[in-house]
Design a protein around this ligand. Structure first.
Ligand SMILES: Nc1ncnc2c1ncn2[C@@H]1O[C@H](COP(=O)(O)OP(=O)(O)O)[C@@H](O)[C@H]1O
Ligand SMILES: [Mg+2]
Length: 263
């Protein structure tokens, strides 16, 4: 699905201006990575896109649903899978039980879901298989590694049959190899299912590897919007105020410099 921010502004009650009036548009099936230093406004934008933060101005427009409001919030959230840095699993519950939680939006209340129907369990097991954890389905979530727990978080988002996935630093707490596997999995699932994805990351290298489009924020404003190939040293300096260690010269950047295509 497409989702649009129209002049979206967020000022927190304490006066912090986390997002200056921002307009942008996310296309169906596009995998967008949000970059920006800590405090730039990435989480605020993601939360506003899911109605977890109410904008002080502007609106979020969703195709097929319209403007986000109290009336449309439930329908929007049902179609939106959220993946967080802290997977927010119930450690003592099984992987299957955690993934089944993702089905709650389809039911009026918890009571209608207990006991879980066979069909619901089948949907959950399919998602668990898809993230490669079928042999762990009945294990306690807290017995899994960080990367496996994050895959459970993805499975829980998938059982919602989402059209949109919003992921806030989903691999920030993982080692680089696990982070790459989890992001690769999230990317391939979104591509296979045509899910629109907006994923905040702090690793430039992963942003370049997986993003169709990079949107970068600094101090609550979009300061870059383009393909990974367009993200050169100057843009990186504008985003972070300095060049981070993993933004070393790459062959494409060298070429861009020579051909002068880099703004
Ligand atoms: N609930 C809140 N109340 C007040 N200020 C907040 C709140 N959440 C975030 N902020 C502030 O808003 C700004 C943007 O924060 P955030 O969206 O979390 O950025 P990021 O996710 O890019 O690190 C920061 O200055 C942060 O301190
Ligand atoms: Mg954040």
């Amino acid at each position: 699905m497409t989702i649009q921010a129209n002049n979206l502004e967020v000022v927190y009650p304490n006066g912090t201006r986390a997002l200056n009036p921002t307009s942008t548009f996310f296309r169906t099936g596009e995998f967008t990575v949000l970059l920006g230093a800590s405090g730039a406004g990435k989480s605020t934008l993601l939360r506003a896109l899911n109605g977890l933060v109410t904008p002080t101005r502007g609106a979020v427009q969703i195709d097929g649903i319209g403007e986000l409001s109290n009336k449309t919030l439930r329908a929007h959230r049902r179609r939106t899978g959220m993946v967080f840095q802290q997977h927010q699993l119930i450690g003592r519950a099984s992987v299957l039980a955690n993934v089944l939680m993702g089905r709650l939006g389809y039911h009026a209340s918890l009571r209608t879901l207990l006991p879980f129907q066979v069909k619901e369990k089948q949907i959950a097991l399919d998602a668990i298989e898809r993230v490669g954890l079928i042999e762990y389905a009945l294990r306690r979530a807290d017995e899994l590694s960080g990367g496996q727990q994050q895959r459970v978080g993805i499975a829980r988002a998938l059982v919602q049959e989402p059209s949109l996935i919003l992921a806030d630093e989903p691999v920030a707490s993982l080692d680089p190899a696990s982070a790459d596997r989890v992001l690769g999995l999230l990317h391939s699932i979104c591509k296979d299912d045509g899910i629109t994805a907006i994923v905040s990351l702090h690793q430039l290298e992963f942003a370049k590897r997986y993003a169709d489009r990079i949107v970068a924020l600094a101090q609550g404003r979009i300061v870059f919007d383009g393909t990974p190939a367009k993200l050169g040293k100057q843009e990186i300096a504008r985003i972070y105020g300095t060049t981070p260690a993993d933004a070393q010269d790459s062959p494409e950047e060298e070429m861009n410099l020579r051909t002068g295509t880099y703004a």
